[in-house]
Design a binder for this molecule. Structure first.
Ligand code: 13P
Length: 250
């Protein structure tokens, strides 16, 4: 039985004050969330503050990206070891915004996943097609290519403790959610592709849906057999909305 997971991706949002209010709100509502794992992925500069505020609670924290390098002359980069130093449990890799605005390739994303995992972090591998790709009917081809880059680099066992997030690019921040059927179809495809290599790994890997998930659409999405939770952008910035999704996953 896979443990449901809800991860908030704050992206480049927040201030010390707003994060304090947000985290206090989430902590207050966690009494009703006893089964689902809950994670917040914060901008780097706020990680020490998030760590201090969440220590001893059931809410875990993570980062939104990391470097493939271990240390050294890489100005502006943050390593996996630095993230571990702050007690980070998770890190998002290959978010579509990084692929689109920072030119991250499938191969680079696979390397980031491997580096994170080797350091003891749980990587959340984002995959998903653009609207153009969906309309061309190549959604499965795109998602398979993104997934296969990791499997070819590290072997399917790399997904044993990992997390995949299916985020159709056209549903991110647009208010257009994939229908539960559309999302389930791609989630089942992803699990099937992993199962073709290793059935046990496929059974255990958690596949989250991301893209305009809100408290009102979360229950139906998460009730689908291959949807194990969510990666939440906008709604993760409001305690009541984020908690609503966490309760649905629970
Ligand atoms: P929204 O929930 O704002 O659509 O963002 C989803 C996302 O990109 C999470 O990583």
């Amino acid at each position: 039985m896979r443990q449901p997971l809800v991860a908030g991706n704050w992206k480049m949002n927040g201030s010390r004050e707003s994060i304090k209010v947000l985290l206090d709100g989430i902590k207050d509502g966690m009494g009703e969330v006893n089964r689902a794992a809950v994670v917040v992925c914060a901008p780097y500069v706020y990680l020490p503050g998030v760590q201090a505020r969440l220590e001893g609670t059931a809410v875990e924290w993570g980062a939104q990206d990391l470097s493939i390098e271990a240390s050294g002359a890489y100005t502006g980069e943050i390593s996996a070891a630095m993230l571990r130093d702050f007690g980070c449990g998770y890190v998002i890799v290959g978010h579509s915004e990084r692929r689109a605005y920072h030119g991250e390739s499938d191969a680079l994303v696979a390397k980031k996943y491997a580096v994170a995992r080797a350091a003891g972090l749980i990587p959340i591998l984002c995959v998903g097609e653009t609207l153009d790709e969906r309309e061309q009917g190549i959604t499965e081809e795109v998602v398979a290519r993104q997934l296969d880059a990791l499997i070819e680099l590290e072997g399917v066992a790399a997904l044993t403790d990992g997390v995949i997030a299916y985020e159709p690019v056209w549903a991110i921040g647009t208010g257009k959610t994939a229908s539960p059927e559309q999302a389930q179809e791609v989630h089942a495809f992803i699990r099937g592709r992993v199962a073709a290599k290793d059935a046990d790994v496929a059974e255990g890997v958690r596949i989250l849906y991301g893209g305009s998930m809100k408290p009102d659409n979360a229950p139906e999405l998460i009730s689908k057999p291959d949807i194990d939770g969510g990666l939440i952008g906008g709604a993760s910035l409001k305690p009541e909305d984020f908690l609503g999704i966490c309760k649905a996953a629970n």
